[in-house]
Ligand binder design. Structure first.
Ligand code: GSH
Length: 332
């Protein structure tokens, strides 16, 4: 965690934090760096007092398939078979009113009965002035957002929600690897998942280049790591693979152009590209990936300033994701 991020996270009073960042500086520091708003709703799932009870039918998970933080949840749900316990609602393209349930009949989520995701945030905290983000877990009975902690959500699904996993579901967060997975996830967040945003939203050359260097330095290390094992932790898919993969899936179609993370494309890294294709062709990954939504989502961000004619690139050719990969060489 950088010094700025640590200072930001340690601000005790979220309201002060929110005003300083969202209203005055729009998540931009004095030096022009992008500093993501903290998650507002972080109550953990669990059976302790004050925790969110793990109960089938109680919650609705709201996602946009274009969003990497939400896409993680879709992959975990597909691999674990959780959709019977927690239903999923999908928002349409983001508008100037935020996320809208524009894909649903009459533009209303059939379970929550709301038109905008911001309504569920407002029900939970009428004073909330941050961005109403996906993924968001909404308590169906109250209609309130109860958790939007994208960093921890997959870990909850993988552990506390185990009683609702489908038969034969993989263990994506094996106990003996948790320390190593957590350590890698922290690095992945700062140097890959969020580094692309730090590059794309930077408002100074220096901060953009800092993020760019951080990102490609880490991708070079991961390229090496993936030369010795099929997945990040050897022969089994774990939570870390889901986290790395959602960023790789958006790399050439979104970040490369829209966020200027263009030292090279994903397809130029031999191991990362074969690894990414391998996962794309595995259950849970390709089937939850919507390249058109991803492309439009990134290329039309803040389109008034960044892309005033709203032109979305025709490429890249997504059929390459079905090309052969070489990762079976690691199969035992
Ligand atoms: N909850 C996190 C991360 C989730 C996030 O940023 N989601 C994006 C989509 S990838 C979003 O919902 N953005 C809505 C907006 O910016 O209004 C945050 O608040 O920064």
């Amino acid at each position: 965690m950088s010094k700025e991020e640590a200072a930001f996270c340690s601000l005790a009073n979220y309201r002060v934090n929110k005003i300083a960042v969202s209203e005055k500086t729009h998540e931009i520091t004095e030096t022009g760096a992008f500093l993501r708003q903290p998650n507002r709703f972080t109550t953990p799932f669990g059976n302790g007092a004050g925790e969110l009870p793990v109960e089938a039918g109680r919650y609705r998970l709201i996602v946009s398939p274009g969003c990497p933080w939400a896409h993680r949840q879709l992959i975990a749900f597909s691999l674990l078979g959780l959709e019977k316990a927690v239903s999923i609602g999908k928002v349409g393209p983001r508008t100037d009113k935020g996320w809208e349930f524009s894909l649903d009949p009459d533009g209303v989520d059939p379970v929550l009965g709301i038109r905008y995701l911001s309504e569920a945030y407002a029900k939970a905290d009428p004073d909330y002035t941050g961005r109403a983000t996906v993924p968001a877990v909404v308590d169906i009975a109250s209609g309130k957002v109860v958790n939007n902690d994208y960093f921890k959500l997959t870990n909850y699904w993988e552990t506390l929600w185990a009683p609702f996993h489908k038969e034969g579901a993989p263990d994506l967060y094996p106990e003996e690897l948790r320390g190593d997975i957590d350590a890698l996830n922290e690095v992945l967040f700062h140097e890959v998942n969020n580094a692309v945003y730090k590059a794309g939203f930077a408002q100074s050359q220096v901060e953009y280049e800092k993020a760019y260097d951080l990102l490609f330095n880490r991708l070079d290390i991961l390229e090496q790591r993936l030369s010795t094992g099929r997945y990040l932790f050897g022969s089994r898919i774990t939570d870390s693979d889901i986290r790395l993969w959602v960023t790789l899936a958006r790399f050439d179609a979104g970040y490369y152009m829209a966020f200027k993370t263009n030292r090279n494309r994903l397809v130029d890294f031999p191991n990362l590209w074969n690894y990414a294709k391998d996962l794309y062709q595995s259950p849970g990954f390709g089937e939850t990936t919507d390249f058109e939504t991803i492309k439009r989502g990134y290329q039309l961000i803040s389109s008034a300033e960044r892309n005033p004619f709203k032109i979305v690139s025709a490429g890249p050719d997504q059929s390459v994701w079905f090309n052969r990969h070489d990762r079976e060489k690691f199969a035992s």
